[in-house]
Design a protein around this ligand. Structure first.
Ligand SMILES: [Zn+2]
Ligand SMILES: [Zn+2]
Length: 376
């Protein structure tokens, strides 16, 4: 039966709606009627460049991976979900057998089937088949739109709570005030950070960060003529220390740097302002190769780590923090579109603003036959 309209990336800069067959499900899977899907930088990247690193779009692929929906049908071995359940959908199905899966770091599974990462189809369709254990029932006080936002929130939870192991009363600097950076700030606040300093080169983003989750903001200076990047970063770090009263050691020092920008100068500055014995987590993706002050990193014994997607417990903690009212996702959804308007949603996300000039933080596309105004 073909009643599964899907938003398909055919090739670079070419998207179409296709009628696809309704997917079959295995015994341990459920078929979810997708109701809300957030658009991510990676979706836009595939549209514009057709690839991210070694992941290359070679065949048409359904876009979208930040989704929530309503269970439509359950496989014969599924016991804890039933049709009608409202669920957040974790979009990476892992093999459960490899070394990474066995050791509890399933985000590193080499055989992960991740929605809208080539060659696998994403969730921007009427229906999506998914293992039952990757569906998280939403508490009654959360909407399906909140449910879709659990995906980027889980990215932030993974980096700040799990990879970085944030502790109460710490001072955190977050570079980049886009969706993931803002969510990292929200997680840091929710888990008791004393100071959360937002850094971005766009003043309006800093204003938003301050109203949302940051305790302090910092706008980096302009480049001086002929200045190298590393010299700039050194100067930037000094200015930042002076302006914010940050020290190299002790209670006024920066315990944790989270880079959600991927920008070389942010990463360099982060290493310069981290305290001796501090921690650094890279969650933003930018240029694949950059210069870093490695001797500074060595001398300060900075614990430098990468953070990719999410792993065990991240979705659960995301849902718990929002349900308890410790993180509010609503201010982040700035744009809402119907399924037919998916192209407009992508254009706005790509441009960073809609045609009326309003900046996009997160654009959400509703499923077919769902009104964008209905948050469900
Ligand atoms: Zn995403
Ligand atoms: Zn695996």
């Amino acid at each position: 039966m073909s009643n599964n309209p899907s938003f398909v990336l055919k090739k670079v800069e070419e998207v179409v709606y296709e009628e696809r067959p309704i997917p079959d499900i295995k015994d341990d899977e459920v078929l979810v009627a997708v109701k809300k899907t957030g658009i991510c930088g990676s979706d836009v990247h595939y549209l514009v460049h057709g690839r991210i690193g070694d992941f290359i779009v070679e065949n048409p692929m359904v876009l979208g991976h930040e989704s929530a929906g309503v269970v439509h049908k359950v496989g014969s071995k599924v016991t804890d979900l039933k049709p009608g359940d409202r669920v957040a959908m974790e979009p990476g199905a892992t093999c459960r057998k490899c070394d990474a899966c066995k050791r509890g770091r399933y985000e590193l599974c080499p055989d992960i089937i991740f929605a809208a990462t080539p060659p696998y189809d994403g969730t921007l369709a009427r229906y999506y088949p998914i293992p039952a254990d990757l569906c998280y029932k939403l508490p009654d006080n959360l909407t399906l739109e909140d449910g879709a936002m659990m995906e980027p929130l889980s990215v932030a939870i993974h980096s700040v709570a799990n990879v970085a192991g944030l502790k109460p009363a710490e001072t955190v600097v977050v570079f980049g005030a886009g969706p993931v950076g803002l969510l990292c700030m929200a997680v840091a606040r929710a888990l008791g950070a004393a100071r959360v300093i937002a850094v971005d080169i766009v003043p309006s983003r800093l204003e938003f960060a301050k109203s949302y989750a940051a305790t302090d903001t910092y706008l980096p200076p302009q480049f001086q003529e002929g200045e190298s990047r590393i010299a700039y970063s050194r100067r930037n770090a000094k200015q930042m220390q002076t302006q914010l009263g940050l020290e190299e050691r002790g209670l006024k020092a920066v315990d944790l740097i989270v880079d959600a920008s991927g920008a070389e100068v942010s990463i360099q500055t982060g290493i310069y302002i981290a305290k001796h014995g501090g921690r650094y987590v890279q969650v933003g993706m930018g240029a694949p190769e950059i210069v870093i002050p490695i001797t500074t990193l060595l001398v300060k014994e900075i614990d430098f780590k990468g953070s990719f997607r999410y792993g065990p417990g991240d979705y659960q903690l995301a849902i718990a923090l929002v349900s308890q009212g410790r993180i509010d996702l609503k201010p982040l959804v700035t744009h809402r579109y119907s399924f037919d308007q998916a192209v407009e949603a992508f254009q706005a996300t790509r441009a960073g603003k809609s045609p009326d000039g309003k900046p996009v933080i997160k654009a959400v596309i509703s499923g077919p036959d769902v009104s964008p105004a209905d948050l469900l």
